[in-house]
Design a binder for this molecule. Structure first.
Ligand code: WT7
Length: 632
């Protein structure tokens, strides 16, 4: 197992060593895994192309490390503990032995359908154990998984399937979410009508007996895929730098891009970070409430915990069903030791009052995690007081889809915590703040653009099918640095607080969204001439979506608003629906025709006292009109 730091002194030493001798540092951690053939070089890199390779010529299979490796010592320990949406349904457990058997059956089933090393398989599934099993089955045979969050629309799913030229989609029939039952297979059918020409087969995990549209040529049930299969499957031997998965994420321009992670480095860093950040101890029950459709679920529900031999919980439902006590009820029921969730969930539950957590015994909780967006002070204190009872350190973990693992965080019980501060970089992570002119900010008490100046094992390798996009997005803003897109401040003691995106990316309930993507969706409406989308502070969601729309139609009304919401739901999904829509006759533009988003952001945020100089705009008169019509 990778090293587990337990004192401040050890953290400082590990950090220093990781900077002085990164190769020696990671060689030691990497050597704790099972390699089918040892790597012969730790690192080869340049950030120009970029070209980053870790553990060169090493051969491995990540599932041998997640599963087989644990059978001897903890074969009968629970690997995955699953809690259904329905509070009366029994919990389901898979021991490490059982999980390995299920993964092998599924892997053999995939092979029988012609899936082989390098093929892409898209998952569009609710939070059922079969999602984790399917993902691991892909990894077992070297197929590249790409999980698409099941809240995305058919169009968004088809876009991702087409970009990945996936051979197979694995889905469920329905998704049980609170009191709703969402038809998942129907969305896949629609996506198949919209595109997905590369797809031969759709595998359907049936949770219900409800009727489904079925085509025998294409559709195959999970049961038929797996039932005749052996529970032994030889693992495909992968190179360290072979692709493990693609995960689509939004950027400031264009369509979502496929972030590519590779086998060796991702394995080493997710295990190392999981063990240190969550201070997982033998026998603990660890719960991350994220969806496996996002990177948090990949790294800290599936891979990190399983690599570390942990018991990881998966929850099918939502925090408010059947009531706002559900999370706490589950924590009590399973004596959860590490609880990891998003600020938006904390704020939503905080708004329901203190009585909900007060009804449950939360004494098993040792630490609380937060991820996905900045956590505000009020939510931090509520979490600390009402969930952690003042005794459980809060770890505010900053990272990204592209970083693969947690980058900046307090280590619980080891480093201090300070509300709203992600605090300290992990060993191996060389963070820097830059000013706009490309100078590294030295010393403390400063604010700048957050970059990372040295590679780490789980970093993005490329964007699928478009390496140049990877270069321009992350490596072209500053020479020889990975640019995160976030602004941050460093306090007088060197702790880092991540303030938020400085590009046209917004974060709505922890979901990352490109404003251009939402604009493109809105512009699909035939009566829309132009639109501009910005984020604004939202009490529960963190950021809400504010859309300014110029329409052909003079008579704008509520029906038109509804049509806009429907178009966005169709193109992206309900998570991208604007919270506020303002119809305007013009958008403030520079003389070269660029929309002045800075002004629109201020108006949407109700900060109009200090708009700055607008006289140089092409159309300064529209600013007053936009301000007068602003939605409060
Ligand atoms: C963006 C990445 C990585 C897990 C889920 C999100 C924001 C994430 C924090 C935090 C402040 C945070 C950043 C980042 N973010 N965690 N603890 N404090 N901001 O992954 O969808 O790739 O989004 O989320 O703006 O760039 P993602």
């Amino acid at each position: 197992m990778t090293t587990q730091i337990s004192t401040l002194q050890e953290y400082k030493e590990a950090y220093d060593q990781s900077v002085k001798d990164p190769e020696g540092f990671w060689r030691k951690e990497a050597s704790t895994f099972q390699w089918e053939k040892d790597f012969d070089q730790v690192l080869d890199w340049n950030f120009e192309e970029p070209n980053v390779k870790w553990f060169l010529n090493g051969k491995l299979n990540i599932t041998l490390n997640c599963l087989d490796r644990h059978i001897k010592d903890r074969g009968d320990q629970t690997a995955i503990l699953w809690e259904a949406n329905d509070p009366d349904a029994p919990s389901i457990r898979y021991t490490y032995k059982e999980l390995l058997a299920e993964v092998c059956k599924c892997a053999n089933g995939l092979k029988a359908q012609g899936i082989k090393k390098g093929d892409r398989v898209v998952f569009y599934m609710p939070m059922v154990p079969q999602l984790a099993i399917g993902v691991l089955a892909c990894a077992r045979i070297g197929a590249i998984h790409s999980v698409v969050f099941a809240g995305f629309s058919a169009q968004a799913l088809a876009d991702r399937v087409d970009d990945a030229t996936a051979k197979m989609i694995i889905c469920a029939d329905y998704n049980n979410r609170g009191s709703k039952r969402i038809p998942v297979k129907k969305v896949v059918d629609d996506a198949m009508d919209l595109g997905c020409n590369s797809v031969d087969k759709v595998v359907v995990y049936k949770q219900t007996e409800l009727p489904l549209n079925w085509s025998d040529d294409v559709d195959i049930s999970w049961l038929d895929l797996t039932k005749e299969q052996s529970d032994f499957c030889e693992a495909e031997i992968m190179d360290s730098e072979d692709m493990l998965f693609i995960l689509y994420t939004s950027g400031s321009t264009g369509k979502p891009k496929g972030v590519v992670h590779s086998c060796g480095g991702y394995m080493v860093y997710t295990c190392y970070s999981f063990r240190n950040v969550f201070q997982y101890k033998e026998g603990d029950v660890y719960w991350c409430t994220a969806d496996i459709g996002w990177i948090t679920g990949h790294s800290y529900i599936v891979y990190g915990p399983l690599l570390a031999g942990a018991t990881t919980m998966m929850f099918e439902g939502v925090p408010t069903y059947p009531d706002a006590g559900r999370f706490w009820k589950i924590c009590e029921k399973h004596k959860v030791n590490q609880f990891y969730t998003a600020p938006t969930a904390i704020r939503a539950l905080m708004a329901k009052g203190n009585d909900w957590p007060a009804q449950y015994d939360l004494s098993s909780i040792k630490l609380l995690g937060s991820v996905g967006e900045p956590i505000n002070e009020e939510a931090w204190h509520w979490y600390d007081k009402h969930i952690g009872k003042g005794k459980s350190p809060i770890i505010d973990t900053w990272w990204q889809t592209e970083t693969g693992g947690i980058m900046i965080t307090p280590l619980p019980g080891i480093t201090d915590t300070k509300p709203t501060y992600a605090s300290y970089p992990m060993p191996g992570i060389q963070t820097v703040l830059m000013d706009a002119d490309g100078n590294e900010l030295e010393g403390n008490n400063c604010e700048g653009l957050l970059c990372i100046k040295f590679p780490w094992p789980s970093m993005v390798r490329t964007t699928y099918g478009d390496h140049e996009r990877c270069r321009t997005t992350y490596f072209s803003t500053f020479k020889n640095k990975y640019f995160t897109g976030d602004g941050a401040r460093r306090d007088e003691d060197g702790r880092i607080r991540v303030i938020g995106r400085v590009d046209d990316v917004i974060n709505v309930s922890g979901h990352r969204m490109g404003t251009a993507e939402v604009e493109n969706a809105i512009n699909e409406h035939p009566n829309v001439i132009e639109s501009a989308v910005v984020g604004y502070p939202h009490d529960i969601k963190g950021q809400g979506i504010y859309a300014y729309i110029i329409s052909q139609d003079k008579g704008v009304d509520d029906d038109f608003r509804k049509e806009i919401l429907a178009v966005v739901t169709r193109e992206i999904g309900p998570i991208a629906k604007p919270d506020k829509i303002q119809f305007v006759s013009g958008l403030p533009k520079t003389r070269s025709g660029k929309i002045m988003r800075r002004i629109l952001r201020k108006i949407a945020s109700n900060e109009t006292e200090n708009l700055g100089d607008v006289s140089t705009l092409l159309n300064p008169e529209v600013v007053q009109e936009v301000m007068d019509g602003a939605l409060k």
